[in-house]
Design a protein around this ligand. Structure first.
Ligand code: ATP
Length: 277
């Protein structure tokens, strides 16, 4: 310990203050990351067990200390397995926050991703699909690499056009099932399989298509456009948040804002749109 603030028997210095502050920030970030998911309950369970372990150890209950100690020793490995998705999301957020990432436009950004995305064809196609009650799932890649998901479908590498998007999602098309992935302003792949969200707070009214959109946005920074087959509602999903039932103008504005700004920032769980989860 160092520094000039003696609190009775404790000496509390700048380093200790910084230490406490950093731990607080870390715990708050962890809470924000886990909030609304089952992982929060699991984390609380693990923390309770750890506190119990500290208490029994301090009181000298040897048998219980040994049993809990065994549990704690595999705890780190178990946590990594249990929190795979959250850890990935956390690291993605840390990566996005770095100065290097903010400068990505000048340096190591892939050339194919430099092309700005013209949102017009997507908005027009979504409107048309919505009117015909045809479902659609379109993922716009940002910084996260979506190639794993693109590889699960059929590679296209085609220029974006309203007509092509309508053809892909036409119910009789062999490509209509699954998601389309857009990278660098081109249609990279169709029929892609996305990870389905396990968030228990997703309203039951949302089907697998929306759950898949949420799932992808939870582990990557992709923006996902969904057209519901049931209601024709157009929604956008970003950072695990669904912005449901968007009118055309708002869909266009949000896509423009999020895609043309390059980096979708922030990770708020609450959306400023009615019906968001
Ligand atoms: N994991 C997934 N990855 C990609 N696409 C998916 C996935 N799960 C479902 N889909 C797409 O969603 C389509 C419809 O799924 P489902 O019938 O469960 O949803 P729905 O009830 O119509 O959903 P919604 O109301 O969300 O449109 C599937 O045919 C498929 O094209």
């Amino acid at each position: 310990m160092s520094g000039p603030f003696p609190i009775n028997f404790l000496r509390f210095g700048w380093i200790d203050a910084a230490d406490v502050l950093l731990v607080t920030v870390l715990l708050y970030q962890l809470y924000k990351l886990l909030r609304g998911s089952v992982a929060l309950n699991v984390a609380l369970g693990l923390i309770s067990l750890y506190l119990l372990y500290l208490v029994v150890k301090a009181t000298g209950m040897e048998l219980l200390t040994k049993i809990l100690g065994q549990f704690m020793s595999v705890g780190v490995l178990a946590s990594i397995i249990l929190f795979q998705q959250e850890i990935r999301r956390f690291l993605l957020n840390v990566g996005k926050a770095t100065a290097l990432e903010r400068m990505r436009g000048w340096s190591w950004r892939r050339p194919s991703e430099e092309a700005p995305v013209a949102v017009g064809p997507f908005v027009e196609a979504a409107k048309s699909l919505s009117n015909k009650l045809t479902g659609a799932l379109i993922c716009f890649s940002q910084v996260s690499d979506l190639s794993t998901f693109a590889d699960s479908g059929d590679r296209l590498d085609a220029e974006v056009s309203k007509r092509l998007l309508l053809s892909i999602f036409n119910k009789t098309s062999p490509l209509h099932d699954g998601a389309v992935i857009i990278t660098g302003g081109r249609i990279r792949a169709a029929r892609c399989i996305l990870p389905v969200s396990e968030n228990p707070d997703v309203p039951a009214a949302l089907g697998l298509r929306h759950r898949a959109a949420i799932g992808l946005s939870e582990i990557t920074d992709a923006v996902v456009l969904v057209v519901s087959e049931e209601t024709g509602a157009m929604s956008l999903v970003r950072h695990g948040v669904v912005y449901r039932n968007l009118p055309t103008a708002e869909l266009r504005a949000r896509l423009n804002e999020w895609l043309l700004s390059g980096l979708a920032t922030g990770s708020a769980r609450m959306a400023d749109q009615p019906s968001a989860i």
